[in-house]
Design a protein around this ligand. Structure first.
Ligand SMILES: Cc1ncc(COP(=O)(O)O)c(C=O)c1O
Ligand SMILES: N[C@@H](CCOP(=O)(O)O)C(=O)O
Length: 537
């Protein structure tokens, strides 16, 4: 039965056995048969937490304690524990499934391989495989809900698969991850005739987007390098459509590291703009689009001790991949049929693929879900390449052409020349993936319709929901297929577009699901008239 990780209180995650696709079961708050009350009791031998520095950390209770890591290590031969390691390899080695021998330590400041290609973080899979799938499933499951630093984070609960060599003291975490996997029961049933539709709420996070998952990893590694080699990194910088910059500035501020963000002027939401401003980043509002900002930050970080924080830096993807592992965990290690992901710079599609793939390679699951990249029609270079390739019996990579992205309500994916195009293509090829697009009207309608069933979607999630509607209408996705839509940001970051929609203030769009407020005089009769009309009372 699927799990739902609720996050009412972020230091009090509960795994709730809840909501089967067909029957709504009583919520049993349990963590592997242990009640949350029991876990929080300061029993002898149990952990107690105090606020310490960056977050809720575990300190010794009066009685001798064992932390969860030691418990986990006890279950495996200790001599193997230190063998986990990861380093950068050229991404082309991943494509060719052949390690060339070119490697870089994660402690090096390097973003490209010797031939200018992308890098990938490569894990010693043989070392990880020695423990067996049962071990990893139980270790990951045992960490849900813990306040033990850093394992209460959904990212760091998978630390051995993320950055195994990092000291816990170098980690900069806001206990990100562990986001709700929402059963979209009413939306699925009423809109799509679906029984098994889920929305992974990655935007329910510290800075309101999935970027926190990757940024905790990148900033933690920077923290380590700065301690090891003082002066080697003076600041961390990114180009951004608003979410990467928010995450970067928050995590850097928490660690006391200077941050710099390059933003396309007037192309991000106000809520996103204010985030790095509030966190004390150096904010450059540049008269260009995201692709222009990306070009500039690449040049700046190549020539200065400013460290690149965009997902071109593969460290980010190590954190983002944990959302895929978390979904499997929330389904009791059963694999969904479909996962639909809004795509812009295209790092996240690869991160999800990598998370699922690692679980398959290490035997935690036996297959991969099919992945769908959803793009806004106004910024759809991957969709165009995918269509072109289908039409001409060609490959996506030979059909791909960068484009000038046009304005879209899904402003965070207004990207015409995605850095991770090759990563996305590899992921799609391996999982028989699909690329779908959504017009402005389709994405706004889909978002508003789903909001009517209790969600509060950002426009990018609207793109993914619109793609789902189209694939369901064509019966590519079946009525009973278990499907997960990745919600990438919180709707509260994009209220301007919602207000425009509900005010029916968007030229060329009918806003058919708008729900504008009714203006009424301070008069009981007038109020009653409105109520009678609406509810026939
Ligand atoms: C809210 C939101 N959704 C989706 C995306 C797309 O992710 P990616 O660039 O990894 O494809 C981004 C950023 O690009 C984003 O900020
Ligand atoms: N949507 C992103 C665009 C940059 O993507 P990144 O993952 O490469 O940093 C943003 O919010 O800036």
């Amino acid at each position: 039965m699927p799990h739902e990780v609720t996050s009412k209180n972020r230091s009090d995650y509960r795994v709730s056995q809840t909501k089967s696709p067909r029957t709504r079961c009583a919520v049993i708050s349990s963590i592997e048969n242990r009640s949350i009350e029991m876990l929080l009791q300061p029993l002898p031998g149990r952990l107690s937490s105090i606020q310490h520095g960056r977050g809720s950390r575990i300190v010794a209770a009066a009685a001798p304690i064992k932390n969860i890591r030691n418990e986990a290590l006890d279950r495996a031969p200790l001599d193997k524990a230190h063998t986990f390691n990861a380093h950068f390899v050229p991404f082309k080695d991943v494509q060719s499934k052949n390690l060339s021998g070119e490697t870089y330590s994660l402690d090096e400041v390097v973003y490209r391989s010797s031939d200018g290609g992308l890098l990938d973080v490569h894990h010693d899979m043989n070392a990880l495989a020695q423990y067996g799938p049962e071990y990893w499933r139980s270790v990951f499951d045992s960490r849900i809900g813990t306040t033990s630093w850093p394992y209460g984070s959904g990212v760091w609960s998978k630390k051995e698969w993320v950055l195994p060599g990092l000291s816990d003291d170098d980690i900069v975490s806001m206990f990100e991850g562990n986001s709700n996997l929402f059963w979209a029961e009413r939306f699925g049933r009423e809109t799509l005739g679906m029984t098994d539709l889920w929305v992974k709420q990655c935007g329910n996070s510290h800075t309101g987007s999935f970027k926190d998952l990757g940024m905790t990893v990148l900033v933690s590694q920077v923290n380590r390098i700065r301690k090891q080699k003082p002066g080697s990194i003076s600041a961390v910088g990114c180009a951004s459509t608003g979410d990467t910059s928010a995450a970067l500035s928050a995590y850097c501020a928490a660690a006391g590291i200077p941050s710099i963000v390059f933003l396309p002027a007037d192309k991000i939401s106000l809520a996103q703009l204010v985030q790095p401003i509030a966190n004390g980043a150096l904010v450059l509002s540049i008269d260009t689009d995201f692709d222009g900002c990306m070009k500039l930050i690449k040049q700046v970080t190549a020539e200065t001790p400013i460290y690149l924080a965009n997902s071109m830096n593969s460290l980010r993807l190590e954190g983002q991949k944990t959302a895929a592992i978390e979904i499997l965990q929330q389904f009791d290690w059963q694999v969904p049929d479909w996962v639909i992901i809004p795509g812009g710079n295209l790092g996240n599609i690869y991160a999800f693929y990598k998370g699922f793939k690692m679980c398959q390679q290490l035997g935690l699951v036996d297959r991969l879900p099919r992945l769908v990249v959803a793009q806004a029609a106004n910024a759809n270079p991957l969709y165009q390449a995918y269509q072109q390739a289908k039409g001409n019996n060609n490959t996506i990579s030979t059909s791909y052409l960068p484009m000038k992205a046009k304005t879209t309500f899904a402003s965070a994916i207004q990207i015409g020349d995605p850095v991770s195009i090759d990563r996305a293509i590899l992921a799609l090829q391996d999982v028989d993936g699909i690329v779908e697009e959504a017009s402005e009207e389709e994405l706004m309608d889909a978002s508003a319709r789903a909001d009517r069933t209790g969600m509060f979607n950002c426009p990018h999630t609207g793109v993914a929901l619109a793609a789902l509607i189209k694939l369901r209408q064509r019966n590519v996705i079946g009525a009973n297929d278990r499907t997960v839509v990745i919600s990438t940001a919180h709707g509260l970051k994009f209220t301007q577009s919602k207000i425009a929609y509900h005010s029916k203030d968007i030229p060329g769009i009918s806003c058919q699901f708008a729900n504008p407020p009714v203006v009424v005089k301070e008069n009981l009769g007038a109020v009653m008239d409105v109520l009678k009309q609406k509810f026939s009372i």
